[in-house]
Structure formats: structure tokens, C-alpha cells
Design a protein around this ligand. Structure first.
Ligand code: A3P
Length: 287
């Protein structure tokens, strides 16, 4: 099926219509944040699911009940998804945890007046591309990626769900309310999950004993999360996500793009990256 059949254009970007019907987008537009809400913001395939385990465990002080009993999409709901308006989020106690893939300039009015906390997770775009390529091949609500070369062009031009990776990063790095945002990368989490959890806990004003941090890190390593049916999407019907084509928990490493991109694709990626990011001053973990 085509983009016209499967996607809605909302605030200039493609969004899969099945997951984001008009009433969900209206709900988010009118949503009221609280100052102590913590919002996990990511471009898709950058480590959202990982954070949907890490953040609740920080909040619960290492109690595993939230990740063992509640599916990730209800535990840390995406505010733009169809589930959000069915979950009575107004009744949830503070601090609430949410996720969003929205670009900065797509955020609803309440975000700008209330300024909740944001954890912005970034990942090497070549690995985001690689992960996306496999994901688009197994999720029926996304347009089939076609050939790798076709998909590379679509990805670099932002003709994919949630638009351009470059615009997403540039928008969220360019905000004024930096003291309310923790920037963290997938690569940092891979390199030292314990240190990353400690950093996030400080940002969330949660004092954790080092043993608790270790316990959280252990339950959030790739192979443990992959086993947890409340996190691994195994309860999603195959007609929506066919994990026999590609597992949602696919590889969970950094640098897999080296196994995916040809030399010329990688060089082309670099040239687009260099151009689009030329005025962005940030020390990315992958540079
Ligand atoms: P790969 O496809 O490269 O394996 P998102 O949740 O934003 O959609 O991102 C999905 C990517 O994060 C997938 O990458 C998935 O395997 C990876 N991921 C999820 N949990 C992880 C974990 N605990 N450790 C490392 N990578 C993880």
C-alpha cells in the first residue's frame, strides 16, 4: 500500500493513520501537561522502547512490577497514539511518564506554557535507518520499504513516518528551555547503561542506591527486555507486526549500519548529513 493509503500528513509529517486517527491528534493538541511530567522524546527507532522500561524502573525505585504487568504502550504511553485518550491520563498520579515522536515545532500549546521535563534520546541516524528498514518490512501499518536504495532516499528526504530525522534533531537541539531537557544517546546507553541510568535518575529527582541502579540496568539489558512479553510486542497480532520477518528486538547494538549500507550508500549518507547538520554545534556520540 502507498503513503496516501496508509499515512496522514499532520503538521507537515507523515504519520501512520492506523495508530494516529484524527481524534488522537485532537486529544494531544488539547492535552494539559503538568510541570513534573517526564516526556521521553525520540525519533522512531532511537531507543524509545528501551526508555519505556528504564524510566518506569527509575520511578519505581527498581520495583519490577510496572514492567512485568503493564505493556509498554500503557506504561509510558505515546501521547499521539490512539491508546492515549482511552487511558484516563488526567487521573494518573504525578510524576507521569509519557512518550512522543513529535518534532519540537509540532508540540501542543500546553507543552510550551507548562514546560514539562524532557528526556531526548538520539541515535546514530545510520543505525536509525538500518533499524527502520527492517521495521518497515514487518509492520503492516507502514509503507513497505522497497529496495534499500529506495528506502535510503525516502529516509534522507524525510518521506517516512515522523518526517526527517535531521529536522527532528535540529528542532529539539535548538530549544530555549534547555534546563528542562536531558539529552542522551542510544550509544551512551550501550556503552555504559549504569552511568546513563544514574544520569536519568538525577534528572528525574530520584535518589537511587547504586545497587538499585545495577538492578535496573540488569533488567534493561537487551536479552532481558527481549524476553519480557510486556515489552517485546509479542502480544501484537501478526497481521500488524510480523516478527517472523524481523524481531522488534532485532540486534540492539550500535554500528549495525556497517553490515547494512554499501560503501557508496554510506558516502551518500555522509554527504547529506554534512550538509543538513553543518550549522549544528553538538558533540554527537557517533561523530
Ligand atoms: P535494532 O533494530 O537496531 O535492533 P524504538 O524502540 O525507538 O522503536 O527503537 C528500537 C530499537 O531499539 C531496535 O534497534 C531495538 O532492538 C533497540 N532496543 C530496544 N531495547 C533495547 C535494549 N534494551 N538494548 C539495546 N537496544 C534496544
Amino acid at each position: 500500500m502507498t503513503e496516501v493509503e496508509l499515512y496522514t500528513v499532520y503538521k507537515g509529517v507523515y504519520m501512520p493513520t492506523l495508530l494516529h486517527p484524527p481524534e488522537s491528534l485532537k486529544f494531544y493538541e488539547e492535552f494539559c501537561f503538568r510541570p513534573d511530567d517526564v516526556l521521553i522524546v525520540t525519533y522512531p527507532k532511537s531507543g524509545t522502547t528501551w526508555m519505556q522500561d528504564v524510566a518506569p524502573l527509575i520511578q519505581s525505585g527498581g520495583d519490577l512490577v510496572p514492567i512485568e504487568t503493564v505493556p509498554n504502550w500503557d506504561r509510558v504511553p505515546w501521547l499521539e497514539e490512539h491508546r492515549a485518550h482511552q487511558l484516563n491520563l488526567e487521573q494518573r498520579p504525578s510524576p507521569r511518564l509519557f512518550a512522543t515522536h513529535f518534532h519540537y515545532d509540532m508540540m501542543p500549546p500546553s507543552y510550551f506554557s507548562v514546560k514539562p521535563k524532557v528526556i531526548y534520546v538520539m541515535r546514530n541516524p545510520k543505525d536509525v535507518f538500518t533499524s527502520s528498514f527492517h521495521y518497515y518490512g514487518m509492520a503492516s501499518f507502514l509503507v513497505n520499504p522497497g529496495t534499500q536504495s529506495d528506502f535510503l532516499h525516502k529516509f534522507l528526504e524525510g518521506k517516512v513516518m515522523f518526517g526527517s530525522w535531521f529536522d527532528h534533531i535540529r528542532g529539539w537541539l535548538g530549544t530555549r528551555e534547555k534546563e528542562r531537557i536531558l539529552y542522551i544517546s542510544y550509544e551512551e546507553m550501550i556503552a555504559d547503561l549504569t552511568a546513563s541510568i544514574t544520569k536519568m535518575a538525577q534528572f528525574m529527582d530520584k535518589a537511587l542506591h547504586p545497587e538499585v541502579v545495577e538492578k535496573i540496568a540488569e533488567s534493561c539489558v537487551f536479552h532481558n527486555m527481549k524476553r519480557n512479553k510486556m515489552s517485546n510486542y509479542s502480544t501484537v497480532p501478526t497481521e500488524f507486526m510480523d516478527q517472523s520477518k524481523s524481531s522488534f528486538f532485532r540486534k540492539g547494538i550500535s554500528g549495525d549500519w556497517k553490515n547494512q549500507l554499501t560503501v557508496s550508500e554510506s558516502e551518500y549518507f555522509d554527504s547529506v548529513y554534512k550538509d543538513k547538520m553543518k550549522d549544528v554545534k553538538y558533540n554527537f556520540a557517533w561523530d
